[in-house]
Ligand binder design. Sequence first.
Ligand code: AMP
Ligand code: MN
Ligand code: MN
Ligand code: MN
Length: 286
Amino acid sequence: MIREPRPQDFDFHCHSTASDGSLTPAELVARAAACGVRRLALTDHDTLAGLPQARHSARDAGVELVTGIEWSVQWQGRELHLLGLGMDAGCQALGELEAEQQQARRLRAHRIGSRLDRATGLGDSYERAAELAGTNAPGRPWFARVLVGAGHARDMNHAFTRFLRQGQCAFVRTPWVELERAARVVREAGGVPVLAHPVRYGLTRRKLRQLLAALCEAGGGGLEVAMPGLNANQQGLLDECLRDFPLCASGGSDFHSPEQKWLELGRLPDFPQGADTVLERLERAA
Ligand code: AMP
Ligand code: MN
Ligand code: MN
Ligand code: MN
């Protein structure tokens, strides 16, 4: 029997305007509180920049804010996402890795811009995306918005399939941090590394298990098993992985914008019965 999403009092995966979300950190925390979320991790892509504003707003709203980030990492030549949860934001190694990843994002954004200029004739793709994002390291969703706005794609998804995703003309291979090092830095900062949305990489069961073995080998962590949109097979696969590997269970909506009508902050399926959860692990660490 599939466990359906329902309102929970936690959400350990979401995005603000500090990366590619559409709500400011303050708006996001307020929305989470209104949804009944008492423990929230803001996990912007490769940045902690939203944290001060989120903290401030969390104090007012009575929400417990867990320090979070979503690293873009590489493993066996694939691009994957690794969450860091419950870190000490002042840790030096964390700040260093954040700076490196931002530098990689800046270089990548310039290269994406040049390629899109060539493909579309726009001439200022980078500048437009940077302006929209409000940073000099705009991620692909901002380029997608530029493409939609200029009439080169029908919607965001079309912009990705036509230009931005792997195999398309504006995909730029990026030297993201290795999975093992990102996991080490998260643990060094007192946090738990968690493999994000494990079913979204198109991995076979065998490859996924190899990946989880590598994460365990590199010191362990967690697996995001409570997420919206899973079918029965996927939920079964993740439950099985959780039984077979010494990883804790995490959960999050990956909320980016209220326009994603099919998901909401804190709307998640229950954890499988008896799972060791990241909530307990963070409590033990505190
Ligand atoms: P980046 O971090 O720059 O590599 O961009 C990846 C982000 O793009 C993901 O975190 C999603 O938020 C977004 N994304 C990926 N694929 C799509 C898609 N097909 N349509 C809309 N957004 C997407
Ligand atoms: Mn995103
Ligand atoms: Mn992700
Ligand atoms: Mn995410």
